[in-house]
Design a protein around this ligand. Sequence first.
Ligand SMILES: N[C@@H](CCC(=O)N[C@@H](CS)C(=O)NCC(=O)O)C(=O)O
Length: 197
Amino acid sequence: MTLRIHGDSTSGNCLKVRWTADYLKLSYDWIETSVAARQTREAVFLKLHPAGQVPLLILDDGRPLAQSNAIIAYLAEGSSLIPADAFERARMFEWMFWEQNSHEPYVAVARRLVRIDGVAISALDPILVERGRGALSRLDAGLGGRDFLVGSALSLADICLIAYTRVAGEGGLDLAPFPALRGWIARVEAAAGIGAA
Ligand SMILES: N[C@@H](CCC(=O)N[C@@H](CS)C(=O)NCC(=O)O)C(=O)O
């Protein structure tokens, strides 16, 4: 048996997992599971993961693991994507927790509302837009002139945060005011082997 990844290819949370697995040259089966078609709410999927969300990793021995950032941390254990230095490793997790708490809920949600739910950009909640812009601005400043978010090399922090940042414009969050961020996106895409959005 091999690793199985249940994911929706339009979801940044799911793509993080695919990109990490591909970067590490892991062998896995991708099981396309459409959120829009409510496949995550079908009985067969709920049996695997009662929360009804993707991504979901199923290990060789059948154990399931949810939450994108937990999955990529598991897949990348012992690899160059996790800094060996304890402080840098903690800094990487600092960015990953921040992503789930202060970036994804605004940047990913704005994109989902526009792209999937068909809401006009002009009709988005101004607070959502303000917080999304704030998250992009914080990320831009957090780069502090460095090539990658942590240390001097690609880490899980970059793979985690590029997922929704690179498509922020689809939710009306323009990246034009953030040149450092745009440079980082191009660099991370090249380093991680991420193709066109
Ligand atoms: N914090 C979770 C978020 C998981 C999540 O919200 N997944 C969405 C797709 S991005 C989903 O499966 N939604 C379907 C649903 O909730 O019914 C993660 O990082 O994996």
